[in-house]
Design a binder for this molecule. Structure first.
Ligand code: SAH
Ligand code: SF4
Ligand code: F3S
Length: 446
């Protein structure tokens, strides 16, 4: 298709799922805007309606279908409306989506979403549906785009896909094998973003610690990449997610000490505290090894903020297994923790190998509630220890709940609220902490 051909109209995208999806939605809108279709903020104003989907838990897929169900009415009143499904569920379900939601026009998977402008033209020209989920090409997402909106804080994908086979996880199926981008290309993208006004960059990878392991002629490491990106003139804050305990290399901790703009934050999912469960999940480390890494991180970077992901109720999880998970949380004292009930997925090793999803829903619920409640208490206690400290905060503007307060993030990526009559978004300012909840810090400008 001729990419210079222009289209007209407006587009809206609803994003479900992780940060990679948020970035991909931005890239898809970028592709549309390059060809003359502008973004709008309400579905009712759009000629092209997109949903960028997630498959990681059943609930995420239900969310996409129920949104599609609501959009059906708009299509009835505007037959020219084009509805497209992007992302992980598009990749995984393919044409099944047309069967369940016959009013959908485009299904484009995780390697195709930036061609969305071509697909829209195709539907307009032929009136036929488009299905694009082949694995025939590499994800050349970023390269195709001239420009994208440049907020004060930007995501940059450094790799896509995942070579692990955690038995519960569908990501290796939906996003394919790991592919790292060239280091120079990433640095160049960061340079452009900073030149256009970005002050904070978060590097994204499903399993970012293995960045560069297959690049040729020379393999690269995450540490090398961090040193190179941190060097981009004008970049104030650099972050990266997500780390895997069996790929994290302790040399990384040196980078935190050497690079003043690398923020002390590590998203470091343990998933479980039971060695038996970790083995069934095929995570490649033990409870003890995980705690060793946490201790090493804290020794090297005492102020580091740790965030974790935990699954409760995985196949065969006993009460004792769960106790070990509680213990791991109690010892780690996460600053933030994302806790999920196991949701069995098709196309995962667990399902394929017949591991039984045998923990009853009531038990999963009891365990998640107990862990969440304890975690809230631990987070509150940790946050209260921060009262009296002064943090440099990167402003995000007025708080949605209370417009007299300005919201922002400290280096550890915690939400910090402080009273001010001015809009401080995009500014750096200092806040002395005066009180805390389990989820946020409150203070006064200094
Ligand atoms: N490394 C990936 C992980 C993606 S999934 C990334 O950062 O994108 C995010 C989290 O969802 C995982 O860490 C895990 O805790 C949880 N998860 C994955 N599969 C799940 C499943 N089948 N049921 C419940 N939670 C799951
Ligand atoms: Fe969802 Fe995982 Fe895909 Fe992200 S990588 S969109 S969380 S399934
Ligand atoms: Fe999923 Fe495990 Fe990879 S959580 S993304 S299979 S590291």
């Amino acid at each position: 298709m001729d990419r210079t051909a222009t289209a007209t109209g407006t587009a809206f995208v609803y994003t479900i799922g992780c940060q990679m999806n948020e970035l991909d939605s931005e890239l898809a809108l970028g592709a549309l805007s390059d060809s003359g279709i502008t973004a709008v903020s309400r579905p009712a104003d759009a000629d092209v309606l997109l949903v960028n989907t997630c498959s990681v838990r059943e609930k995420a897929e239900e969310k996409a279908y129920s949104w599609l169900g609501r959009m059906k009415a708009l299509k009835r009143s505007n037959p020219d409306l084009i509805i497209g499904v992007l992302g992980c569920m598009a990749q995984k379900e393919g044409k099944l989506i047309f069967r369940r939601a016959p009013y959908v026009d485009i299904v484009a998977g995780t390697a195709h979403f930036t061609r969305i402008d071509d697909y829209v033209r195709q539907v307009r020209a032929t009136g036929k549906r488009v299905l694009a989920i082949g694995r025939d090409e590499e994800v050349q997402t970023e390269k195709r785009l001239k420009a994208r909106e440049t907020p004060q804080s930007s995501y940059v994908a450094v790799m896509r896909g995942c070579d692990h086979h955690c038995t519960y996880c569908v990501v290796p199926n939906t996003r394919g094998a790991e592919q790292s981008r060239e280091l120079e290309e990433i640095v160049e993208e960061c340079r452009i973003l900073v030149g256009e006004g970005t002050q904070e960059i978060t590097l994204l990878g499903q399993n970012i610690d293995s960045y560069g392991k297959r690049l040729r002629p020379r393999r690269r490491t995450l540490a090398e990449l961090l040193y190179a990106v941190a060097d981009v003139p004008g970049l104030k804050r650099l972050r990266f997610v997500t780390s895997h305990p069996s790929d994290l290399k302790p040399e990384l901790f040196q980078a935190f000490r050497d690079l003043p703009n690398l923020m002390p934050y590590l998203h470091f999912p343990a998933q479980s505290g039971s060695d038996e469960v970790l083995k069934r999940m095929r995570r490649g480390y033990t409870h003890a090894r995980y705690m060793e890494l946490v201790a090493a991180a804290r020794e090297a970077v005492p102020e580091i903020g740790l965030a974790g992901d935990t699954i409760v109720g995985f196949c065969g999880e006993t009460e004792e297994d769960f106790e070990r998970t509680l213990e791991l949380h109690e010892k780690t004292r996460y600053q933030a923790s994302y806790i999920f009930m196991y949701s069995e997925r098709d196309y995962t090793p667990a399902k394929d190998q017949g591991l039984k999803d045998d923990v009853p829903l009531e038990v999963k619920k009891r365990r998640i509630n107990k862990l969440m409640q304890l975690q809230r208490e631990w987070s509150l206690a940790e946050n209260q220890r921060k009262i009296g400290k002064v943090y440099e905060v990167f402003g995000e503007g007025p708080s949605r709940k209370d417009s007299r307060k300005q919201e922002g993030r400290n280096p550890q990526h915690q939400v910090v609220l402080a009273e001010s009559g001015r809009d401080l978004s995009g500014q750096f300012y200092k806040v002395e902490i005066t009180s805390a909840t389990d989820a946020a810090l409150y203070g006064k400008l200094v």
